[in-house]
Design a protein around this ligand. Structure first.
Ligand code: NAD
Length: 496
């Protein structure tokens, strides 16, 4: 893997609207490097007028039918080509992503490859969106078609800025929608390559618009816009509620992929070496800034001490520091995305201690420049504590204990979220019971994050609604039209 210096980064990055690279009406924002806290580059910031121009460009593209009228296999190939572009530029994109988001370079490479995978998968799916015919007797021919909504407005979070754009954009384009993407303020730079990928693939003008702007300005303008026909949002519950309110004003559907406080139940018959792997990935990948993070372990009381010891050892093994110096897959972790996010997570650690949780390891910011938090494990957490209820969105694991199965399920289901849930056991009956009773959109048995682009992802409860990933996501981007064709009596030669 080649590495780049901060000084190699282009100093200023524009938005992409209607096929043109443009400045922003809201000026420029300095994007910093979470590993050092120093300025990295400037990003153009869109204002409401810029958002309107992007929406009008997308609307014009939709009305031209240039994208939606293509034979799906051709549209699918263009979508796939966007992924090829990302892979061809993987080194430079991963370098930039590492610098702007703070993640280890090898994690940044995984994200670029993951983003490309979405374009491969949904490119392939383009020609599978088929309707059905409905028998109505001899006088009628009736069938359904699935049409794109038109303009898809997509608001992207900062934890996986490239992959989350890829997730929504690939499905939106594969189904024939023109898209306006609002990138995150904290790490918008890599989304430049999405626009380049669209150009490379020959996407029609206006089909892909990529702009950064402030959430309260550009984000609000996009989700309240009269000509946006569908909204996709990934981010916090509070913002999701505001966006759902905006969409409701225009009776526009939205997909909300919000946060989580996801739990794994650990039975005494679990393979604890295997569990360690899930702890390493589940809560310390991307410094825990993952909506489906394994943030709670609900452990049978008979093995609690051993599990806490093992979890603390997993955390303590991680070598924490600048992502650019961590280019090889291994036991290491990068920075959190911002001082604000790190300080919030650290404050939640202090509150956990004040409420009686025991710090098994970590819990403090690193005494060095950049936004680092130690990988953390809390023991003795009880369901009523704030740390057991609220999403930290950082590398902080809470260990709770249970006596019997009913209690374990009740604790797991006892938050307002319901994104994912898991169970670790060698007993298939226990696994099935937990899988059926956990209130969450996806269940992991014996491996956290099991699944892939192919498997539907989304929440129960305040974790949101709608599904991204998998074939299910396609239905968020299309609306069903029923076409009933009637014979006019007497016109058929075989009839009187
Ligand atoms: P956020 O929800 O405020 O921001 C996410 C995106 O929404 C950004 O692009 C932002 O510009 C935009 N946005 C903000 N206000 C908006 C508005 N009124 N209208 C339209 N768009 C708006 O998240 P954040 O403040 O960056 O992070 C705070 C918390 O969000 C985190 O601690 C975490 O809990 C959660 N989060 C979750 C995910 C996830 O994958 N589910 C991702 C990022 C953040």
């Amino acid at each position: 893997m080649s590495q780049s210096k901060t000084s190699d980064i282009k100093p200023y990055w524009q938005n992409y609207i209607d096929g043109q690279w443009v400045d922003g009406g809201a000026g420029r924002l300095t994007v910093d490097n979470p590993a050092t806290g120093e300025a990295l580059a400037e990003q153009a910031m869109a204002d409401r007028a810029d958002v309107d121009r992007a929406v009008q460009a997308a609307k014009a593209c939709h009305l031209s039918r240039e994208l939606s009228d293509l034979r799906p296999v051709e549209r699918g190939r263009m979508v796939q080509k966007m992924g090829h572009y990302l892979l061809e530029h993987q080194d430079e994109i991963a370098n930039l992503l590492c610098l702007e988001a703070g993640k280890p370079l090898w994690e940044a490479h995984i994200e670029v490859a993951g983003a490309a995978r979405y374009f491969e998968y949904y490119g392939n799916q383009a020609e599978t969106v088929e309707g059905r015919s409905i028998p109505l007797g001899g006088r009628y021919l009736d069938f359904t078609v699935h049409e794109p909504y038109g303009v898809s407005g997509q608001i992207i979070p900062w934890n996986y800025p490239l992959e989350m754009t890829a997730r929504s954009l690939s499905a939106g384009l594969a189904t024939g929608n023109a898209c306006v993407v609002k990138t995150p303020e904290l790490d918008p730079l890599t989304n430049y390559y999405m626009a380049k990928a669209a150009e490379f693939a020959g996407m029609p003008q206006g089909a892909v618009n990529i702009l950064c702007g402030y959430g309260h300005e550009a984000g609000d303008a996009l989700t309240i816009h009269n000509d946006v026909n569908q909204v996709v949002f990934t981010g916090s519950v509070a913002t999701g509620m505001a966006i759902a309110g905006n969409a409701a004003k225009h009776v526009v559907p939205c997909v909300l992929e919000l946060g989580g406080k996801s739990a794994a139940i650990v039975y005494p018959d679990a393979d604890l070496d295997n569990l360690e792997q899930s702890i390493r990935w589940g809560i310390y990948f991307n410094a825990g800034q993952v909506c489906s993070a394994l943030s709670r372990l609900i452990v049978h009381e008979s093995i609690r001490d051993e599990v806490v010891e093992r979890a603390a050892a997993v955390a303590a093994r991680l070598d924490v520091g600048p992502g650019m110096e961590r280019d090889a897959f291994g036991d290491n972790m990068g920075a959190m995305v911002s001082a604000k996010q790190r300080d919030r997570a650290e404050a939640m650690c202090r509150q956990a201690e004040a409420e009686g949780a025991r710090l098994a390891t970590g819990g403090h910011a690193l005494n060095r420049p950049g936004y680092f938090l130690q990988p953390t494990v809390f023991d003795g957490v009880t369901p009523d504590m704030t740390i057991a209820q609220d999403e930290v969105f950082g590398p902080v694991l809470s260990v709770l204990s249970f006596k019997d199965e009913a209690e374990a399920i009740a604790i797991a289901n006892g938050t307002e979220y319901g994104l994912v849930g898991g169970v670790f056991t060698s007993d298939v009956e226990r696994a099935m019971e937990a899988a059926q009773r956990l209130r969450a959109g996806q269940i992991f048995v014996n491996e956290w994050f099991a699944g892939g682009v192919e498997t539907p992802f989304g929440g129960y409860g305040k974790s949101g609604y709608g599904r991204e990933k998998g074939r299910e996501a396609l239905w968020n981007y299309v609306q069903t039209k029923n076409i009933a064709i009637a014979r006019i009596a007497g016109t058929h030669p075989g009839r009187a």
